[in-house]
Design a protein around this ligand. Structure first.
Ligand code: HXC
Length: 510
């Protein structure tokens, strides 16, 4: 009997070695961890349960029938993160470059189905040379099966992709359909066609890093959410993100113990808004000072910085934060900011995470670049996302809420549950001077008259009380009381029940 047990252990040991010592060393030499090392770091110690360790490919071309490695280049299983269940697949670059075969895809699909059936997030660790070249169309079919599972899982369980090596060709489309993408600087890249094809088709010379590295995707394209220095940091932050998320779409957001009092007052917020309405201030300060222990997990911090999105907690329970950032483009909404925030709002709504919106927005960014870039459709995405969201929505206008951007930013008219304004709020069609120049064109030519009319317009509209008189603002609140008002609002909204009319699905302006 002991023989049999020993043989099993031997088989396991051999499977755990993947492509062998030499390739593991090569992986380490590139500053990368192996598929299994990554999993060990991601899950709680000793919690990983591996499945399909002995699965092999069925390919018989190009000598592949004599070249099999147990597990076929991907490790799948379940584990826990701070005691909460997750499912994982981790591609093993030491086995055929982590390339995706028919059976490799079957393993990924299997673990995704398990994640959906059991209601827990799926974390995909991608490190792969793409479709297994020796398998041809079977590998392509495998990819499509994975894509289909991504679609089915979307909005059912959170899906997180870690890009920790190459990710090229159609392979990028599975991560692209997941909720969050984290990359590692200098060792991961994502592109549909690589530098060689780019050179042939467009005659551009571009490196892999420039074309699809972590900086490219977190700063320019917005495809990825975060870029980290190395595998360890990326995995540590993934654990932190998981702590904020519900396990599935039927769960409430998780809660954790907090020692931050719900009614803590922050007197410094009373002087956050500069005297000059054209001077910026950092919206991060308001976020940090109102959430539990100042703990804020920002999503896409380097992309479309004129809007801030991320997760925090109030009274220990997760909230999504969306906030205009007056430090960048004066907080204007533009194409990128609208898309970034819309996707975030929709994620929160999928997973029952209340949304807190901080507003200081002078409007949509004007210009041909924006119009030609489709600001009408992109701005509509954010409008649509807020309008369809049924989770609790609390909005705080700190200063400007001008024009269409006032409507868009979780206004009362888009079913905002609690809409508060600071006394410094200005809710109007546009800024006073701009308004006067349009409606009093003649008088505006005389600087004195312009100043007088501007003053008159400001007095009348540059305040929150016109909106408050109509009930569009539920209360004008003291800045220092913001955390208390949000906390009590969330308590009140705890059992909010709001349904949209029945439909197969909506048709958000993509
Ligand atoms: C089979 C592959 C492979 C692949 C790499 N390998 N990619 N085997 N299919 N797609 C193997 C290599 O033969 C090698 O095996 C080992 O993995 C490591 O590869 P290296 O080239 O030595 O590593 P490195 O220098 O780090 O380069 C990594 C790489 C390169 C950039 C990923 O291997 C590469 O360009 N591979 C091909 C990428 C590609 O064109 N894939 C198809 C994309 S199209 P040994 O035995 O020597 O260790 C696609 C379509 C999907 O994916 C469509 C979905 C809709």
């Amino acid at each position: 009997m002991q023989d049999i047990l020993d043989k099993l252990e031997e088989r396991r040991q051999s499977a755990r070695l993947g492509g062998g010592e030499a390739r593991i060393n090569a992986q380490h030499a590139k500053g990368k961890l192996t598929a299994r090392e990554r999993i060990e770091l991601l899950v709680d110690a000793g919690s990983f349960e591996e499945y399909d360790m002995f699965k092999e490919h069925r390919s018989i071309d190009f000598g592949m029938e004599n070249n099999k490695v147990a597990g076929d280049g991907v490790v799948i299983g379940s584990g826990t993160v701070n005691g909460r269940l997750i499912f994982i697949y981790s591609q093993d670059f030491t086995v055929f470059g982590g390339s995706l075969s028919e059976t490799h895809a079957e393993k990924i699909c299997k673990i995704m189905e398990m994640a959906m059936k059991n209601g827990a997030p799926i974390i995909g660790i991608n490190d792969s040379g793409g479709a297994r070249i020796q398998e041809g169309v079977s590998a392509l079919a495998g990819y499509a099966e994975v894509f289909q599972q991504n679609v089915l899982a979307s909005g059912v369980v959170p899906q997180i992709s870690l890009i920790m090596g190459p990710c090229a060709g159609g392979a990028v489309y599975s991560p692209a359909m997941t909720d969050f993408i984290f990359m590692v600087k200098d060792s991961s890249y994502m592109f549909v066609t690589g530098p060689d094809v780019v050179k042939t088709v467009t005659n551009e010379t571009v490196s892999q890093e420039e074309l699809g590295g972590a900086t490219t995707h977190t700063v320019r394209s917005g495809v990825a959410d975060h870029a980290y220095e190395n595998d360890v940091e990326a995995i540590k932050q993934t654990r932190r993100l998981i702590d904020f998320l519900p396990l599935n779409n039927r769960e409430k957001p998780p809660t954790r113990q907090t020692f931050d009092k719900h009614d803590r007052e922050e007197n410094s917020l009373d002087t956050l808004i500069p005297a000059n309405p054209n001077h910026p201030y950092d919206m991060h300060e308001l976020i940090r000072k109102t959430v539990d222990e100042g703990d804020f997990f920002e999503i896409q911090p380097k992309y479309a910085k004129n809007i801030i999105t991320g997760f925090a907690r109030i009274e220990g329970s997760t909230v999504g934060i969306v906030a205009n950032q007056p430090m960048v483009l004066a907080g204007c909404l533009d194409n990128d900011a609208s898309r970034k925030a819309a996707r975030f709002v929709r994620f929160c709504d999928c997973f029952s995470i209340p949304i807190i919106t901080y507003v200081d927005v002078p409007g949509f960014l004007p210009g041909t670049a924006q119009e030609y870039g489709g600001v009408i459709k992109h701005g509509a995405k954010l409008l649509f996302a807020y309008g369809e969201a049924t989770v609790p929505k609390i909005t705080i206008i700190t200063r400007k809420a001008y024009g269409g951007a006032y409507d868009v930013m979780a206004s009362k008219h888009l079913r905002g549950d609690l809409n508060f304004a600071w006394p410094t709020a200005e809710i109007a069609v546009m800024g006073a001077e701009g308004a006067v120049k349009i409606i009093f064109r003649e008088e505006a030519k005389d600087p004195e008259k312009l100043a007088a009319k501007t003053n008159e317009y400001s007095e009348k509209f540059a305040n929150p009380f016109v909106a408050a008189r109509r009930g569009y603002i539920d209360d004008v609140i003291m800045p220092h009381a913001t955390r208390r008002r949000i906390s009590r609002g969330l308590r009140m909204l705890k059992n909010k029940d709001l349904q949209n009319p029945w439909k197969k699905h909506d048709n958000i302006p993509l």
